[in-house]
Design a protein around this ligand. Structure first.
Ligand SMILES: [Zn+2]
Length: 602
């Protein structure tokens, strides 16, 4: 008996010592450990609290898994602190932690965004002018000051805990150490199992798969470090997709030809920016923000399509899909099909690209950004001419186009990419008597949350919309005597205090209102008299099909028909104007059924 007892006691001592060793990283670095776990698990902790106080049926297990996994990551970092005996490692740990926390708080409070591939893409695309506006708009706001104050409190609490803790640590008894060791063992076991999510992250082969991964493992990977690793993977995949898109363009099927090669024709595709359809008088807005378009509509030269939506609410994703021969509803990604202007070129059109959003300092490091695709050396070869300069307003870009574009070729396909009503619409039109049409007193929105400053933002937005209309009027006049067709659409919508106290395209749940303002877009086709006279069937089809549903990734199908291009890539069932058109499901953001959300009544 004494032998067994001494064996048991020896075993117990071994287990106890083992557990105390396991507990050491947590006990030695308790302030950091707790700070990391609580900070990275805010959302699940809040959910648990909410569920408990509201007696909700809630998957506690699922939420707890996220907290345990965050504890595992905290444990690994604390182990590193213990192994590297130098104090600097902990200083670096805290600096990285606080820096990420500050960025996270700022993004969350100002944009309701987190680290994501899209965020990094947006940052890379933002040029110097936009950065200056960004700083003046957001960094100097009261929200940012509040964030800074909250952040300073967290830093103070953490530093206070580090200062007080060495004295408290002495009071932690052996039994408590063993209990903590047991908890650590559990954390390690669960953490090792859950770590496989990172293996599956590196197995994702497309940005679509990555989005699904993000949805599936949201609870396990909500911490900033995981978000950054995920973003880096996203950027890599985007680069791969761009290479794939270029390859598909190089392998284009060379069968495109013109229906009426003897006739000269100019097809102009104007891509607007952040145009809220419901701020256009063409679509019922009470202020006359689109007088020129309405005039053309009344003359019979303009058809306004009424049920068109964008597949995304960000420029890059929309334009990639606008300018590729793909159809999202048919499961085709933009990178799986060739560049649409390349088909136009191959059919005999000269392609001219006047882009007011082109970043003149395209940096190779940001190869994932939109410009890296639009101006890829292989893609550039398809343009016969591009603009040399970008301008503060779109007016000078149109002047530049009128003075420099060579339209002598029989067939010209012009892409005009405007700055439109992009962030801070007050900066998008000249502040002269001619263009300052609307003032705060004219704003039709009577919501109680509006103050003078917000009304001014709305008035500016409406003035920028009217300025856009003025420029469209100049284009109509310029092409009026030619055989010409102009297609105008906006890349996506926007919000300017329309139904809630918010401006911009802040992320959040896709509600009917959000979808209405951010995804519905104006879509018009203008035709000159000469064009109308020779295309009577097509003109009649446009009039009869203007209320059909369309998502803009398939707009190019209509352009093929308007341009008289016959090609392997033309599918009449995807061309809104064709008698063969078959509307398909409109999936926005790769996952949500547009029609289901848009017409839902909350
Ligand atoms: Zn945009």
């Amino acid at each position: 008996m004494p032998i067994i007892s001494s064996h048991l006691s020896l075993l117990f001592r071994h287990v106890a010592s083992y557990l105390r060793n396991l507990a050491a990283p947590i006990i030695q670095q308790l302030p950091f450990f707790l700070l990391y776990v609580v900070w990275t698990s805010k959302a699940p902790l809040f959910s648990l609290l909410y569920a408990a106080t509201h007696a909700l049926d809630f998957s506690v297990l699922e939420v707890s898994e996220g907290i345990v996994f965050n504890s595992f990551k905290a444990y690994l970092i604390c182990t590193l602190f213990c192994l590297v005996k130098h104090r600097w490692i902990k200083v670096v740990g805290y600096v990285v932690f606080f820096a990420l926390a500050l960025i996270y708080m700022f993004l969350g409070s100002t944009f309701r965004m987190d680290f994501s591939p899209m965020l990094l893409t947006l940052l890379a695309e933002t040029n110097a002018r936009e950065s200056a506006e960004f700083v003046s708009t957001f960094l100097l706001s009261t929200t940012t000051l509040r964030v800074m104050a909250e952040w300073a409190c967290i830093v103070a609490v953490a530093m206070g805990a580090e200062w007080l803790y060495p004295n408290l640590r002495k009071n932690i008894g052996r039994r408590v150490q063993m209990v903590i060791g047991g908890v650590a063992l559990l954390i390690i076991a669960c953490g090792c199992t859950d770590s496989k999510v990172y293996v599956s992250l590196f197995r994702t082969q497309s940005t679509k798969e990555l989005s699904l991964w993000d949805l599936d493992y949201a609870d396990l990977t909500s911490d900033s470090l995981s978000r950054i690793i995920m973003s880096a993977r996203g950027i890599y995949l985007k680069g791969e997709e761009m290479r794939e898109a270029v390859n598909h363009t190089l392998q284009i099927k060379c069968d495109a030809q013109l229906e009426m090669p003897a006739d000269s024709l100019c097809v102009v595709f104007v891509i607007g920016e952040s145009y809220i359809k419901y701020h256009s008088s063409l679509y019922g807005y009470p202020l006359p923000t689109a007088p020129r378009m309405k005039e053309e509509q009344q003359r019979g030269n303009l058809v306004a399509f009424t049920n068109v939506c964008a597949p995304y609410n960000n420029t890059t994703s929309v334009i990639r899909n606008l300018l590729s021969c793909n159809s999202l509803s048919h499961g085709e990604s933009w990178n799986e099909k060739p560049y649409f202007p390349a088909v136009m070129r191959q059919a005999g059109y000269n392609v001219l690209f006047w882009d007011n959003q082109r970043d003149m300092c395209t940096n190779a490091a940001f190869a994932f950004a939109l410009n890296a695709y639009l101006y890829h050396p292989e893609i550039r070869k398809y343009y016969s001419q591009t603009n040399k300069d970008c301008y503060d307003y779109d007016g000078p870009l149109i002047d530049d186009f009128f003075s420099n574009a060579n339209l002598a070729s029989k067939h010209s396909f012009v892409i005009l990419h405007l700055v439109g009503q992009h962030v801070l619409a007050g900066e998008r039109f000249p502040h002269t008597r001619e263009f300052e049409t609307f003032h705060t007193k004219d704003v039709p929105n009577q919501a109680s949350y509006l103050n003078q400053e917000k009304r001014q933002f709305i008035a500016d937005y409406d003035n920028a919309t009217r300025y856009n209309d003025y420029l469209m009027g100049r284009l109509f006049d310029y092409f009026r005597q030619k055989n010409a067709v102009i297609i105008y659409l906006s890349d996506h919508g926007e919000e300017i205090y329309d139904y809630q106290d918010q401006m911009g395209r802040v992320k959040g749940e896709l509600t009917p209102q959000r979808v209405k303002y951010q995804y519905d877009v104006p879509f018009i086709v203008w035709t000159s008299d000469r064009y109308r006279n020779s295309h009577s069937t097509l003109i009649s089809d446009l009039e009869h099909t203007k209320d059909r549903p369309l998502m803009t990734d398939n707009a190019y199908q209509l352009i093929f028909r308007l341009a008289g291009v016959r090609s392997y890539y033309y599918h009449p069932e995807r061309d809104i104007s064709s008698p063969a058109y078959r509307p398909s499901k409109r999936i926005i953001e790769d996952m949500a059924d547009y029609d289901h959300i848009r017409w839902r009544i909350d």
